[in-house]
Ligand binder design. Structure first.
Ligand code: TRP
Length: 330
């Protein structure tokens, strides 16, 4: 029996941070052992909102790739590629656009929410409206069975399933039904206590140096009511504790939580433990980042051969879709 197929993408819309590591990359690495995996850099998706200034796009594409490899994605096991190098995504996007009612796209929650939240860009564009449709094309073109994503992506999976159903209804069974593989992990707080996000500028980036990580944790927010060393605190109110929940052992978590409640440990001591544990996760990644960054030809090869391989699968599907729609003479 052939393996089930997994597909997921990540946008090169900024440098990747530890939230991306625990929320996506580490899960992708596990899945590559068990499934036939396609992982890609969604550069066209990044353009749907960051179209006006692409000066940093190359840098971000490279950062995504290097971090994927440093986190343990293995091009021998998973197909790693770049969306814009597989033109069939655009072809399927166009075909799907013919059958997609505008209302379906306008109703996707992220459409209005992001349009309202983002004030420094004009997101009143055709490309931005079509964002979920491009994602549908990404998923359907590989006949993916599973799509590992966070909860924020569930509406995009929903619309993919609806479009798939509509396509198959008009033209016959071409695409199998994809399912979200919800990535369960605790919310990763940024250094200011809000969700870690490049929009808030509160991230610990995978490309940060050890000095930067140390500085960011040392200046990180803690329980705001714990002002003096002798004040007792509530660990749940401290984003530092929430990072301990992700990066520290159960014993250390208990030790710092208890210490916080009783003022037995100071915030500096608590942060030192976190820094040690962050370093343990990040050091091998830093080492591998350095290794891959010194091999630009190898990086280009990975993208070229991954995109070629993905293109073969995509063009097989497209041939079926073209036939199903009667675009071929024979
Ligand atoms: N929209 C996804 C995100 O922002 C990225 C993405 C693009 C994606 N195409 C995809 C994820 C296809 C899964 C499958 O995280």
């Amino acid at each position: 029996m052939s393996k089930q197929r997994v597909l997921s993408g990540i946008q090169p819309s900024g440098k990747l941070h530890i939230g991306n590591l625990v929320g996506a990359l580490q899960n992708w690495v596990k899945l590559q052992e068990q499934y036939e995996c396609y992982y890609f850099i969604a550069d066209w998706h990044a353009l749907t909102s960051q179209y006006a200034d692409t000066a940093q796009l190359q840098e971000y594409i490279k950062d995504v790739l290097v971090n994927c490899l440093a986190a343990g994605l293995d091009p021998e096991k998973a197909t790693i590629f770049q969306q814009s190098h597989v033109l069939e995504h655009a072809e399927l996007h166009v075909l799907l656009s013919m059958i997609t009612p505008l209302g379906w796209l306008e109703r996707v929650p992220s459409f209005k929410e992001k349009q309202e939240a983002v004030t420094d860009k004009d997101l009143n564009t055709y490309g931005f409206l079509g964002y979920p449709l491009l994602q549908s094309a990404d998923i359907l073109i590989y006949k993916a069975n599973y799509v590992p994503v966070g909860v924020d992506q569930v509406p995009h999976l929903e619309i993919t399933r609806e479009i798939r159903r509509r396509f198959n209804h008009f033209y016959g069974e071409v695409f199998p039904e994809p399912e979200a593989l919800l990535t369960q992990f605790p919310k990763v707080p940024g250094i200011d206590g809000r969700k870690m996000s490049k929009t808030y500028d509160n991230c610990i980036y995978l490309s940060d140096s050890s000095k930067e990580v140390e500085h960011k944790v040392k200046t990180m927010m803690t329980d705001p009511q714990r002002i003096k060393r002798t004040d007792k605190g509530d660990p749940e109110l401290s984003p530092v504790y929430h990072l301990h929940k992700i990066f520290s052992s159960k014993e250390e978590q208990n030790e710092v939580a208890e210490g916080c409640r009783t003022a037995g440990i100071g915030c500096i001591g608590c942060k030192k433990i976190l820094i040690k544990n962050l370093f343990a996760v990040l050091e091998p990644i830093w080492e591998k980042r350095k290794y891959f960054l010194e091999k630009p030809d190898y990086l280009e090869d990975i993208i070229a051969s991954g995109s070629k391989k993905a293109g073969e699968t995509a063009s097989e599907t497209m041939e079926k879709a073209r036939r199903a729609m009667n675009l071929k003479l024979s």
